[in-house]
Design a binder for this molecule. Structure first.
Ligand SMILES: Nc1ncnc2c1ncn2[C@@H]1O[C@H](COP(=O)(O)OP(=O)(O)OP(=O)(O)O)[C@@H](O)[C@H]1O
Ligand SMILES: [Mg+2]
Length: 267
């Protein structure tokens, strides 16, 4: 499965992506997490320090050539993954798309093309769950970065502008080959918050996959620069993310398995 996680800025995309990636890995799936945000920070949510992640080079744009069917990798995908991923806790492999290194250097279309090409070749790895943590802008749909994903998960908060952003991205996704679009209601402080999101989704034919409550522990985990799954493994937020993981991939149990001692611990 190739799951692109999108939504309005600050909705909780990175928190969900990192936590779900590790829960999928604990359930025995090979997991590749791609930081497709040009302001990358998925590594921090996965517990990898900036010093460590900077030792791994971004995939160079020379890896990709453009053909009639879109961007394609020039090298075997396993070589690309070996050179450009770092392993996080629970065995999750992280690849970062790239980021601007200098002012005025122009757009990052080529970095987006690398992700698109990678996703295409990941079709051959049917057991792998790929989590794509997108940037807030709907550009990943207009540029086609997420075109090769098979599920788009839109994280929405219980306020109108966040829901409108999810609606726009769902509309754009309907013009692509992405087969499944679902909405996750995040940061719900009350039943009323969830009901408001459910009503919006009902009115706009959006498939609401589940809800994640507001949790102060998510902010506390950020402040402690510790992944949520390590900081508050038994929290309602982690429980809710686990339930959504099993709704997305039915072979995933709906209670969090313990960390697998055979795979890498948090660095
Ligand atoms: N369920 C939650 N309860 C409380 N706070 C949350 C929850 N989910 C995320 N947050 C907080 O919301 C903020 C934004 O989260 P996160 O970075 O995951 O969002 P994002 O959508 O990836 O943001 P960006 O658009 O900048 O990439 C963080 O401070 C995070 O701790
Ligand atoms: Mg983010």
């Amino acid at each position: 499965m190739k799951l692109a996680v999108a939504g309005k800025g600050g909705a909780g995309k990175t928190t969900f992506s990192a936590t779900a990636a590790r829960l999928f890995a604990r359930a025995g799936h090979p997991v590749l997490a791609i930081d497709a945000d040009t302001n990358p920070n998925l590594h921090a949510a996965l517990g990898i320090s900036t010093t460590d992640v900077q030792k791994v080079p971004f995939p160079p744009t020379t890896l990709v050539s453009r053909g009639f069917n879109g961007p394609a990798l020039n090298e075997p995908i396993d070589d690309v993954l070996d050179r450009h991923t770092i392993t996080a806790a629970d065995g999750v492999r992280l690849l970062r798309m790239g980021m601007p290194e200098h002012a005025d250097e122009g757009c990052l279309c080529s970095a987006h093309a690398v992700v698109s090409a990678l996703l295409s070749d990941l079709d051959n790895k049917v057991d792998t769950i790929t989590m794509l943590d997108m940037e807030a802008s709907p550009e990943h749909l207009s540029r086609g970065t997420a075109r090769e994903a098979n599920t788009l998960l839109l994280v929405a908060e219980p306020y109108f502008r966040s829901l409108e952003a999810a609606k726009l991205q769902a509309k754009l996704a309907a013009e692509t080959n992405i087969g499944r679009v679902v909405v996750l209601a995040n940061k719900c402080r009350s039943a009323g918050d969830f009901d408001a999101i459910a009503e919006f989704c009902g009115n706009h034919e959006l498939d609401l996959i589940g809800k994640v409550p507001w949790g102060d522990e998510v902010l506390d985990a950020d402040a402690a620069t510790t992944p949520l799954l390590d900081f508050a493994p038994d929290s309602p937020v982690v429980d809710a993310i686990q339930t959504i993981c099993s709704a997305l991939v039915p072979s995933t149990p709906d209670t969090a398995p313990p960390s697998n001692p055979d795979v890498k611990k948090a660095p």
